[in-house]
Design a protein around this ligand. Structure first.
Ligand code: ADP
Length: 524
């Protein structure tokens, strides 16, 4: 090839640029790189070409392309040295291309003793994207002075086009590998995942979903309607019902469903999705197997049934016989009377505990009696009247500040809310030494009804505060001799949360506690 004149590009040069622009169509990185080194060699009539791809500051060892065969070891040695001290390193650091007219006269060209290849001219160009060097291409020739300023400019134009193609291919590679990663995660998930379009057609299912649908392959689901599976397994029925109703964008649902066929229960989370680019929409459904939990619930219900019927009657018998022993034992036999007393007290406690357990279950499982709009001011006043005798019996002062005039009535369960307030006040009375001060405050603000009761009692250590609302949790047994089952606060929390409110506690040991809750004033 003769050296072209600097001003006028040849027809071949223009053709070459057209060819380079075709690179943008390729998405496979290896293909792009192979084409780049071929085109680069062709563009300037080079005999050998090599390309190193960069990944940040490092060389991407998987992507070293040379037009001659180098063993991986040799390539590793050469590339490292050349990038540290050689021409390619100089170009990468300076972020600009350059020509070595004669390698004998330029120290940047390194000679490797065992390399038989004769190189006299060299040219090296960086591929720069966003001020980052993506790759460096080196072109060589066995004769000196084969490359000039024109070649360098031509190669720079080629590099600019090719850089975009390399960047695109890298991006595509990255997206594809992320997609594979996501797919692996979805398939490995034990939860069932189903993606539907807005008409209820299956777009994606994972292995667990395919198994539930009785499909041997995930791919068999594509294009079919979830409706088709309902006749096979009723587990999908409530989901299909939601899909059949008008699609509500940005909504989500939490439902439970059961497969009678497989005797499995599922907690289902369903959300709508919207593809803003293509304007399509649909549903993402995740089904979590809660069979074990449901079985435990059933077991617990059975235990409670046993407790209520089968334990209560022997307990009544023990109490009855203990009474008879007491009546039949002469008064002077004090030891027997003492023993019987212990038996009676213990059975009484057991009976109390059973009653509490059953009460908890009744309250937890009973539907809320929401048919009444309750007058909160009236309710708080009744609570204060009810609690005053117990407070006075322990010589506590019970003060209050109620600002509820004009409070909107709310639909709530009046009995449960009243019991909850009374429970908190009973605790304040119990866990405050005689002669204490109790203070009830109630008002409404920002759409919420607030109720709180403060005492100057024994307080609750900070590490226990988060737990007092758990069932059977009791604090500092040695500080107080008060009896209790540890169920009261868990019940109050249950009631408040079922009314979509929140319960809280603030307490300092030795200074006292404040328990409070709020309820939303809107319709519950
Ligand atoms: P119980 O009173 O039957 O033990 P609760 O669930 O009502 O059960 O209360 C749990 C625990 O929280 C109590 O055992 C007590 O240690 C603590 N507690 C509750 N209210 C107060 C209070 N006002 N002051 C101090 N401790 C309290």
């Amino acid at each position: 090839m003769s050296l072209p004149d600097m001003k006028h590009p040849t027809f071949e040069d223009l053709e070459l640029l057209a060819e380079v622009s075709q690179l943008l169509k390729l998405l496979d990185l290896d293909q792009v790189l192979e084409r780049v080194i071929k085109l680069a060699a062709k563009s300037v009539g080079a005999e050998q070409t090599s390309l190193f791809l960069h990944e940040g500051q490092r060389v991407d060892w998987g992507h070293i392309f040379t037009s001659r065969n180098l063993s991986p070891d040799a390539a590793f040695k050469v590339v490292n040295k050349v990038l540290d001290d050689g021409f390619a390193g100089w170009v990468a650091r300076n972020k600009r291309g350059d020509v070595i007219e004669d390698t004998n006269e330029d120290g940047r060209w390194l000679i490797f003793p065992d390399d038989k290849l004769v190189v006299r001219s060299a040219m090296c160009v960086p591929f720069i994207y966003d001020d980052e060097v993506l790759a460096v291409v080196t072109l060589t020739h066995s004769l000196p002075r084969r490359f000039n300023e024109y070649h360098l400019r031509l190669m720079t134009i080629v590099a600019n086009q090719a850089t975009v193609a390399i960047y695109n291919a890298q991006l595509f590679n990255r997206i594809r590998s992320q997609q594979r990663q996501l797919q692996t995660i979805l398939q490995a998930m034990t939860d069932i995942l189903i993606v539907l379009n807005e008409h209820g057609k299956l777009m994606l299912v994972n292995d667990a979903a395919a198994e539930l649908m009785g499909l041997s392959k995930v791919a068999d689901a594509r294009g079919r309607s979830l409706k088709d599976f309902v006749h096979m397994d009723d587990v999908f029925e409530p989901i299909v019902e939601i899909v059949n109703a008008e699609l509500v964008r940005d909504d989500d649902w939490s439902i439970e469903t059961r497969s009678e066929r497989r005797q499995r229960d599922f907690q289902v989370r369903m959300a709508t999705w919207l593809d803003s680019l293509e304007g399509v929409a649909g549903y993402v459904i995740v089904m979590h197997d809660v069979t074990m939990l449901r079985d435990l619930h059933r077991f617990k219900d059975e235990m409670l049934r046993v407790a209520s019927h089968d334990l209560r009657s022997p307990l009544a018998l023990i109490t009855g016989y203990a009474d008879m022993i007491e009546i039949d034992t002469p008064p002077e036999n004090t030891l027997v009377h003492e023993y019987v007393d212990v038996i009676k007290k213990s059975t009484e406690r057991m009976g109390g505990l059973l009653e509490d357990l059953l009460r908890v279950e009744r309250i937890r499982s009973s539907p809320l009696e929401l048919h009444e709009k309750i007058d909160l001011e009236q309710l708080v006043k009744v609570v204060l009247v009810n609690m005053r005798p117990s407070a006075e019996a322990k010589k506590h002062a019970l003060d209050s500040e109620i600002h509820l005039d004009g409070v909107p009535r709310i639909v709530a369960d009046p009995v449960l809310i009243r019991q909850s307030m009374e429970n908190l006040i009973t605790n304040a009375i119990k866990y405050t030494r005689a002669g204490g001060h109790l203070f009830v405050e109630s008002y409404y603000e920002d759409g919420k009804f607030h109720f709180m009761i403060s005492d100057d009692g024994i307080g609750i250590p900070i590490e226990h505060q988060a737990h007092v609302f758990e069932s059977f949790y009791r604090v500092n047994q040695d500080v107080t001799t008060e009896k209790g089952s540890g169920l009261g606060l868990s019940l109050v929390r249950n009631v408040i949360e079922r009314h979509h409110g929140e319960i809280w506690v603030k307490s300092v040991v030795g200074e006292g506690s404040t328990f409070g809750f709020w309820l939303p004033l809107g319709e519950i």
